[in-house]
Design a protein. Structure first.
Length: 378
């Protein structure tokens, strides 16, 4: 973690997520919770399903081998002027490539009873000498107001290291030393995303964009669809650095145009959520998804596309549009493969929906309607 970064508490899990539908306000199940809700139904329109399967475009996800190539390391940690340490690509990296698969040094509950310094100290007491060395080699930012003179300095430093570098890991907070070296980029500047796999107990980092040899690999610490001034203020307050990523470094006129696109994406995401309350119909919801996709393309903001396509899959399935359901599920599987890994449960669920649209949890929960597919985005 760069020495320029302030103690920030915890970074958000995986990546900023688009707003889904509020299940408490609508009988329609929330979007993007397919793993808990997928179920099979017996339907009589097999010909429609066959048409969907025949028309869907299939991507061979096997070309993205979800294994880190240890024979050809993808990156190295280096000293970067003005940024402390960072991660730089040693070779060209493909979109969707697995960069890091890492177990935590230790996990702590998000709610700690008693002294946080003592809690971290107990966790450190279980590490071996090599692990302790790795831990203490991480950067930290001294808390505002300095350390508490009544507590042992070494314990407070350990707490500061944890607070500076920890990320959410399901219902806990974890320290992942390798992943912690990734610096931050806003909006279209970040090139890698991370996600926690509960069943495997690991965090994985994938390249969301192609990365050229020599480029710094960046992830994101927050929702970067905010305007530049708000992003910089937040990062300064929480993380202690002034962001100079490619997006934040744009000339003022170009920055204002970028801010406008990001604000438009946020507005469109809020509009999409209205489908969950039946305030817009399926055809309009799908048109909103297309607009979000296209604005993101102009901005270079490629994150969250797996979820966005999965949301469109939900809408199409809700209106019993088998062809559109299959196409959007194909697109969702493709982008989930980039962001979360081709072996992720999200990809498997979307592949199932692609092959059998009627198995989707939302199937036929709304009036029948041809809502349309992704078109050239597929």
């Amino acid at each position: 973690m760069s020495s320029m970064k302030r103690r920030r508490g915890l970074r958000k899990d995986t990546k900023p997520s688009s707003k889904g539908f509020d299940p408490s306000a609508s009988k329609t199940p929330a979007l993007s919770v397919l793993s808990d809700l997928l179920r099979r139904r017996t339907v009589w329109f097999a010909l429609i399903i066959l048409a969907a399967i025949a028309s869907a475009v299939y991507y061979d996800l096997s070309v993205f081998h979800d294994e880190a190539d240890v024979r050809r390391p993808a990156f190295k940690v280096v000293d970067l002027p003005g940024k402390g340490k960072g991660v730089v690509a040693l070779r060209d990296i493909k979109q969707g490539e697995l960069l890091i698969r890492e177990e935590p040094l230790f996990l702590l509950p998000t709610q700690i009873q008693g002294s946080p310094t003592a809690t971290v100290h107990r966790a450190l007491s279980k590490l071996n000498p090599e692990q302790l060395s790795i831990f203490h080699n991480l950067s930290y930012i001294e808390p505002t107001g300095g350390f508490n003179l009544e507590e042992e300095h070494a314990h407070q430093v350990a707490l500061a290291i944890f607070q500076t570098n920890a990320v959410s890991a399901g219902g806990a907070s974890g320290l992942f030393p390798q992943m912690a070296r990734l610096n931050h980029g806003c909006a279209g500047a970040f090139t890698a995303v991370y996600s926690w796999r509960e069943r495997e107990g690991v965090i994985v980092v994938h390249a969301i964009k192609p990365i050229k040899k020599g480029e710094e690999i960046l992830t994101t610490y927050t929702n970067t669809k905010k305007p530049r001034a708000e992003r910089r203020n937040f990062l300064s307050q929480q993380y202690g650095f002034n962001c100079t990523c490619a997006v934040c470094s744009l000339p003022d006129a170009l920055s204002r145009a970028s801010d406008k696109r990001l604000a438009h994406m946020t507005e469109l995401l809020e509009k999409l959520a209205r489908w969950g309350h039946a305030n817009i119909d399926g055809e309009e919801a799908i048109e909103v998804v297309r607009k979000i996709w296209d604005v993101g393309e102009r901005e270079g903001y490629w994150s969250e596309r797996g979820r966005l396509a999965a949301d469109a899959t939900w809408v199409a399935a809700g209106h019993s549009d088998a062809v559109a359901t299959g196409e959007w599920a194909t697109l969702a599987a493709r982008w989930y493969g980039y962001e979360l890994g081709v072996d992720s449960t999200h990809v498997q669920e979307m592949q199932q929906t692609r092959d059998r649209p009627e198995t989707h949890a939302a199937w036929a929960t709304r009036d029948s309607m041809l809502v349309g597919g992704p078109g050239s985005r597929l």
